[in-house]
Design a protein around this ligand. Structure first.
Ligand code: NAD
Length: 356
C-alpha cells in the first residue's frame, strides 16, 4: 500500500470473468428473466428518470456513445461502441462498460463490463416487447442476423416468452452455423435458412439484428404479413436501418424513448410527426398495444439508457448478495477530504521519492 488504506474508497468491479461466473452460477434463463423484470419495474417508474438521447460521436465506420440516466437516487452511464466492420478484423461490433453511482454523494457504487450485460439487457428488452405485443398463440420466431446478439435474443425469447421454434438467417452461413451449434444442446427447434424469405415463412415474430452502417432493407414490405410482430434492433444509428419504410407505414410502431428513436431508429425514415407509442405506456396501460390479430406491430428498439440502468441495478443487487467482484482502486478517499495533496506527500514518504 503506497498511500494509506483509508486513502482509497474501493469500488466493486465486475470484470468479464466475474460476469461469466455470475451467469454460470445463476443460470442464463434466470438472469434474463430477472433483468426483464428489472427493466419492466424501471419502465413503470418512467417519469422519475432523467431522459436524454444518447450522446453519440460518429465516424464514417462506427459510433461511440455515452448513455446516461438517473432516477434521482442512483445514476448510471454506459460507454458503448458500434462498429459493424470490426468483425472482419477479429473485433466485436459492440463493446461496452458502465458505472452505477450514488446520487447522494456522487460516488461510484459499481463499475462493470457491459458487453455481456448489454447482450443480456437487449435480449431482455426484446423479450419484454414481444411478450407485450406479439400475437396470441405465436410459436415461431425468425432471427435475421446471427451475430453476437443472436443467441441471447433466442435465449430470452425462449426463457421469457416460451418460444421453442426459431428460423435463422444470416448473409454469412457460418454465423448461422455458429448460432445453431451454440444452442444445440437446449432442445430448441433451430432451422438454418438460405434466405430471408425462407426464414420468415410461418414466423409470427421476426427479430432483425443485423449490423451494417447504412440504410439496409433486411425486410421488404411483402415479407411482413398480417399479424406479425417485428423486433427491429439492428437499426440503431443515423443512416443505419433495417426495415423498408412501407412496413413502418402499415404497422403500429412502438419505441423506447421517442426523441432518441426518431434520430436513431428505423423511424428516422418517416416524417418526424409520424405517430409512435412508447412501450412503457403500453406496460402501464396508458396506451394500446396490439388491438387486433391482423395488426402488424414493430418494436423499433435502439437501446435506451434506462435499460442499462436496470441491468446495472440488477447487477449491483447480485454483487451485494454474493456475486463475484473485484475491488477497484478507483476513488481517492483521504482522511481529510480537502487534503488531496497529502496523498502525494504520503506516497513520497512510503516510496522515498520526491514529488518535485
Ligand atoms: P455482429 O456484427 O456480431 O452480427 C451482425 C450479423 O448481421 C453478422 O453475422 C452479419 O453477417 C449479419 N448481417 C449483416 N448484414 C446482413 C443482411 N443483410 N442480412 C442478414 N444478415 C446480415 O453484431 P451484433 O453485436 O450481433 O449486433 C447486431 C446489431 O444489433 C448491430 O447493428 C448492433 O448495433 C445492434 N445492437 C442493438 C442494440 C439495441 O439495444 N437495439 C444493442 C446491441 C446491439
Amino acid at each position: 500500500m503506497l498511500t494509506t488504506p483509508s486513502d482509497r474508497a474501493l469500488v466493486p468491479f465486475v470484470s468479464v470473468e466475474n460476469m461469466l461466473a455470475l451467469v454460470h452460477r445463476r443460470g442464463l434463463d434466470r438472469c434474463l428473466r430477472e433483468i426483464t423484470d428489472y427493466i419492466a419495474e424501471d419502465f413503470a417508474r418512467w417519469n422519475l428518470f432523467d431522459k436524454t438521447p444518447r450522446v453519440a460521436s460518429h465516424s464514417p465506420i462506427g459510433v461511440i456513445e455515452l448513455m446516461p440516466t438517473s432516477d434521482g437516487t442512483q445514476y448510471a452511464f454506459k460507454f458503448v461502441n458500434g462498429h459493424p466492420a470490426n468483425t472482419k478484423h477479429g473485433l466485436q461490433t459492440v463493446t461496452a462498460f458502465g458505472v452505477l453511482a450514488d446520487v447522494g454523494t456522487g460516488y461510484p457504487k459499481l463499475f462493470s463490463e457491459m458487453t455481456l450485460l448489454t447482450a443480456l439487457r437487449t435480449a431482455a428488452t426484446s423479450a419484454l416487447a414481444t411478450r407485450t405485443l406479439a400475437p396470441k398463440g405465436a410459436q415461431t420466431v425468425a432471427i435475421i442476423g446471427n451475430g453476437a446478439q443472436s443467441e441471447f435474443q433466442i435465449r430470452a425469447l425462449a426463457a421469457v416468452c416460451g418460444f421453442t421454434a426459431f428460423r435463422l438467417y444470416d448473409i454469412d452461413a457460418a454465423a448461422t452455423g455458429r448460432c445453431a451449434g451454440n444452442l444445440l444442446a437446449l432442445g430448441l427447434s433451430l432451422t438454418a435458412c438460405g434466405s430471408v424469405e425462407e426464414a420468415v415463412e410461418g414466423a409470427e415474430v421476426i427479430t432483425t439484428c443485423t449490423a451494417d452502417k447504412r440504410y439496409q432493407t433486411i425486410l421488404t414490405d411483402n415479407l411482413v404479413g398480417a399479424g406479425v410482430h417485428v423486433n427491429a434492433i439492428g437499426g440503431d444509428c443515423p443512416g443505419k436501418t433495417e426495415l423498408h419504410r412501407d412496413i413502418l407505414l402499415r404497422a403500429s410502431v412502438f419505441v423506447e424513448y421517442t426523441e432518441q428513436t426518431r434520430i436513431e431508429g428505423d423511424i428516422q425514415q418517416l416524417d418526424p410527426k409520424h405517430p409512435v407509442t412508447e412501450l412503457h405506456d403500453v406496460l402501464a396501460g396508458k396506451a394500446a398495444g396490439r388491438t387486433d390479430a391482423g395488426q402488424i406491430t414493430v418494436f423499433d428498439g435502439v437501446g435506451f439508457a434506462i435499460e442499462d440502468f436496470s441491468a446495472l441495478r440488477w447487477l449491483a443487487d447480485r454483487v451485494s448478495e454474493d456475486a463475484p467482484s473485484d475491488q477497484l482502486d478507483l476513488i481517492t478517499d483521504p482522511d481529510d477530504p480537502r487534503d488531496l495533496y497529502g496523498m502525494l506527500l504520503r506516497y513520497a514518504q512510503h516510496t522515498s521519492t520526491n514529488i518535485g
